[in-house]
Write a protein that binds this ligand. Structure first.
Ligand code: SF4
Length: 130
């Protein structure tokens, strides 16, 4: 079978339509030590641009998948992306717990069988003890 992959350029094609293309990136990334009102004001400016961007969903998805730690991407601030990733991890953990619990309840699960004595009339050990 021949594996068909999309050309790499397709993954980034959305960036050609980015509203921020050619803009000063300092609107989207905080300078070192930026805090409080200055940070909020800069983020609001960036978020207003993202809100009008035709590719904000692709942008947000790419940033979340890549675990982008810095900047405003796809209409999400650093803190919003971090919160979304934490929610996602918690949801995955919950799903894994449910799958593990369901597997443990399945008939034939090794933990539910009585090893060594199943089908035997006595419970003598299977190997000599002396
Ligand atoms: S969503 Fe925002 S950061 Fe992403 S491409 Fe559009 S304008 Fe740029």
């Amino acid at each position: 079978m021949i594996a068909r992959h999309r050309p790499l350029v397709d993954h980034w094609d959305w960036q050609r339509h980015a509203l921020c293309r050619g803009m000063d990136s300092s609107v989207f990334f905080s300078p070192q030590g930026e805090r409080g009102q200055a940070r909020r004001a800069r983020e609001e400016k960036a978020l207003a641009i993202c809100a009008r961007c035709p590719v904000h969903e692709d942008c947000a998805r790419t940033a979340l998948r890549a675990g982008e730690a810095y900047g405003v991407w796809g209409g999400l601030t650093e803190r919003e992306r971090e919160a979304a990733l934490l929610r996602d991890r918690a949801r995955l953990h919950e799903q894994n717990s449910q799958v593990s619990a369901a597997c443990a309840r399945m008939p034939g699960n090794a933990e539910q069988q009585t090893p060594r004595t199943v089908g035997r009339s006595d419970s003598a050990p299977l190997w000599p003890t002396t």
